[in-house]
Design a protein around this ligand. Structure first.
Ligand SMILES: Nc1ncnc2c1ncn2[C@@H]1O[C@H](COP(=O)(O)OP(=O)(O)O)[C@@H](O)[C@H]1O
Ligand SMILES: Cc1ncc(COP(=O)(O)O)c(N)n1
Length: 271
C-alpha cells in the first residue's frame, strides 16, 4: 500500500482542502494521511471563518504521522502563516519524500487563506525543497511579482519560479480564457510541455486546484514519473469538472467519483 500525506486546511464544505485531498487519494488507490493547518467554516458560498492550528501542533501532527508511516509523497495546500510554513519546511528538509506544493492563497470567494507575509517564507523555505509547484495565474503573479497575461509571461514567470529551487512548475491555466484549459509544465533542464483539455463552462470549480495537486501526489506515491503523474492528474480533474455533482448553492465541488464510471476524457499533450 502506497502512503501519501496532505498538509492543508479543512474545508467543512467537503469540496476543497483536506477533504478534497483525501477523497482524491482514496479514488486513486493510495492510503491518505493528513496534517491539518487550519479549520475553515466553509461552504460553496464562501469561507465564514478560519481557526488556525498553532505551528507546534502542526509539527506534532507531522512528526506523529512520519514516525509511523513511510510516506512516499506529500502535498501542501492552505498553510495560512509564515510560522506554519517554516515549521513544515524545517521538518521536511532531511526527509526523502516528494513534495507537491499547491500555493493556496485566496479562496474562490475572495477570502485570504495565506497571510501576505507568508509568501516570502514559502519562497525561501518551502520551494527550495519542493518537487513540484502548481500555481494558478494569480498565485504565480504573487510569487514572481509579475503581471501574467501572455504565453511569454507564463514562460518568464516559470523561469523565475524555477530559480527558487523547485524541480518543476505547473502553471495552471484555469483562470485564463479561451476554449481550452491549458496547463504548462516546465522543468529545470529547460524542457516544457502543455496539457490541453476542453474548458468546461461551469461554476462548479471549487477545489479544482486541490484535487489536481492531490492527484499528482497520489500518482507520485504510486511510483509514476513526474510527467506521467501530472498528465494523469489533469485527466482526473478534467473528469471531475466535466461531470458536476450540482450540489450547494454557490461554486459547487468537483466530482471525485467521476472516473469510476469510465468517464471519457480528452487531454492533449503538446510537446
Ligand atoms: N472550467 C474549466 N474547465 C476545464 N478545466 C479547468 C477549468 N477550470 C480549471 N480547470 C483545470 O483545473 C485545474 C486547476 O486549475 P485552476 O482552476 O487554475 O486552479 P485553482 O483551483 O488553484 O485556482 C487545472 O488543471 C485547470 O486547467
Ligand atoms: C481549506 C481550503 N483549502 C483550499 C481552498 C482553495 O480551493 P480551490 O482549490 O478551489 O482554489 C479552499 N477554498 N479551502
Amino acid at each position: 500500500m502506497n502512503i501519501v500525506l496532505t498538509i492543508a486546511g479543512s474545508d467543512s464544505g467537503g469540496g476543497a482542502g483536506i477533504q478534497a485531498d483525501l477523497k482524491t487519494f482514496q479514488e486513486l488507490n493510495v492510503f491518505g494521511t493528513s496534517v491539518i493547518t487550519a479549520l475553515t467554516a466553509q461552504n460553496t458560498l464562501g469561507v465564514e471563518g478560519i481557526y488556525p492550528a498553532t505551528s507546534e501542533f502542526v509539527e506534532q501532527q507531522l512528526n506523529t504521522v512520519l514516525q509511523d508511516f513511510e510516506v512516499k509523497a506529500l502535498k501542501t495546500g492552505m498553510l495560512f502563516s509564515a510560522d506554519i510554513i517554516k515549521t513544515i519546511a524545517k521538518n521536511l528538509i532531511d526527509k526523502n519524500i516528494q513534495i507537491v506544493v499547491d500555493p493556496v492563497m485566496i479562496a474562490k470567494g475572495g477570502q485570504a487563506l495565506l497571510q501576505d507575509e507568508a509568501v516570502q517564507a514559502m519562497k525561501n523555505e518551502l520551494l527550495p525543497i519542493a518537487t513540484v509547484l502548481t500555481p494558478n495565474i494569480p498565485e504565480a503573479e504573487k510569487i514572481t511579482g509579475m503581471k501574467i497575461e501572455t504565453a511569454d509571461d507564463i514562460q518568464q514567470a516559470a523561469a523565475k519560479i524555477l530559480q527558487l529551487g523547485v524541480n518543476c512548475v505547473v502553471m495552471k491555466g484555469g483562470h485564463l480564457e479561451g476554449p481550452s484549459a491549458v496547463d504548462t509544465v516546465f522543468f529545470q533542464d529547460g524542457s516544457f510541455f502543455q496539457l490541453k483539455s476542453k474548458r468546461i463552462d461551469t461554476k462548479h470549480t471549487h477545489g479544482t486546484g486541490c484535487t489536481f495537486s492531490a492527484a499528482i501526489t497520489a500518482n507520485l506515491g504510486k511510483g509514476l514519473s513526474l510527467k506521467e503523474s501530472v498528465i494523469e492528474a489533469k485527466k482526473f480533474v478534467q473528469m471531475a469538472i466535466e461531470n458536476p455533482l450540482n450540489i450547494g448553492r454557490g461554486h459547487g465541488p468537483t466530482n471525485h467519483f467521476a472516473h469510476r464510471f469510465g468517464a471519457n476524457v480528452e487531454v492533449e499533450i503538446v510537446e
